[in-house]
Ligand binder design. Sequence first.
Ligand code: F6P
Length: 535
Amino acid sequence: MKSFVKPQHRQAWKALQALSQSEQPHLRELLKNPKRIEQWQASGAGISIDYSRQRVTDDVLQQLLALADESQVMEQAQAMFRGDVINTTEQRAVLHVALRGSHVPNPPWGASISKQVGHELLRVCMFAEKVREGQLKGHANESITDVVNLGIGGSDLGPRMTTEALGHLTRESFKNKVRVHYVSNVDAWSLYTTLATLNPARTAFVVQSKTFTTQETVTLATSAKRWLLDAGCPEGQLHQHLIAVTANPEISQAQGFTPEHTFGFWDWVGGRYSVWSAIGLPLAIAIGAFAFQDMLLGARAMDEHFMSAPKDQNLPLLMALLGVWNRNFLGATTHNIAPYASPLGKFASFLQQMDMESNGKRTHIDGSQVEVATAPVLWGGLGIDGQHAYFQLIHQGQHLVPMDFIGLRTERSPLPFAAEHHRVVLLNMQAQAQALAIGRSPEETVQALRDSGMDEAEVQRLAPHRNYPGNVPSTTIWVDALTPRSMGGLMALYEHKVFCQAAIWGIHAFDQWGVELGKKMAKDMEVAEAARLKV
Ligand code: F6P
């Protein structure tokens, strides 16, 4: 790679700046072109995006693509896939892509990594099936019926979100008698309300922590052990109820987790990119090993798309570039994720960690200070609910909030009248995207109020309140149907989008030093408090 050039010094960046300062057409004008919707589409790996409602012209798009070239985004992606040490502040490779490519012949990351990944994946899958079939027995020789995941951040959000998204498969198959629960919060109520309905003799805990030192998770695990002991589990049989997933097995084994019940991953898997590893164990228990592997295949399909699709058809790259345009040139400080499918209720929370922990940075890879904007505040939730809560601000408030609408082309709910529900859901999604894009001008508002039969004085009084500025950019992401495969593709799409943006901004996406100071202070305070109590 050539020596680092700050983004604002790149030619294409300057051209984009000039374009953003010249008068740009309102989306109302852009969308008058009937061909726009057809042209501004791209698809791959069962997912397509419609970005006709982004505030981009042909000129802007050309310069964005030039920016990707000048920033060497795809060269940087190749370095990641090769296993180069791209996380230089921690001296680590970044190879979550290898977790979903253990079957790939001649992988760029090398056969030995594939072998380790394949070995651990097989262990995870076999164990998940054993649990699902009721073969995991507790201390009283009763089958485990409830698995409680204890973990936080990347050791919770990925498996929790996908369990909710894909859990309907469990009900459909009627095979799985095991329920999976998630506790991430060290607040005692969180653990209590989960455990209150469970039978300790039939409950197992999956303690997930890459480091196995996270205070919240360690506290939860300690209480879980006490709950088992208090319920009569002999100390010598506690291990039957305990499973560890970690990149630090020395620590978990010192805490009584057996090697058979310990599943590993590696320092080259970031926590927020770890659902593809053994961290996916609770998900595999919930949806089955085959479905879990299907999710990996979906992510692999997106990896292949990312590495081979032409730039102007490349979903992650296009989404990254549109995000850069909105953030750096249109000045949007925030970005909303609005899935229109209730199983994706936790998708925005999952993306929050992926995006904000990765790209919430202010230092370039060469140690110099960043002088352009980096990650926006990413937030969101189910679009239908948002419409009746915070969409008011997006329509008429003062923030420019670019949106990702996520819709399913087909809905597979077993409810007999599901098609009618799906029709209403998609109608709303499309109406919101259009209303936010074209808005309603003051003249149109006056006309609409007059047409409603309102008297002129009332029309003039209300018109200022009933305008919609519009021009809110959005991308609609269409997923063919919600399946493990498409879920894998959707998550990988966002992972690579985050990667591309970091590559353009010249920041490290795979460390998270920002979260360390607070952790250290909590530790320091704990030590000081213990010393004070001793005195
Ligand atoms: O505090 C942030 C963080 O380090 C995340 O990056 C990580 O996913 C989470 O904590 C949990 O860490 P661990 O898996 O080591 O318990």
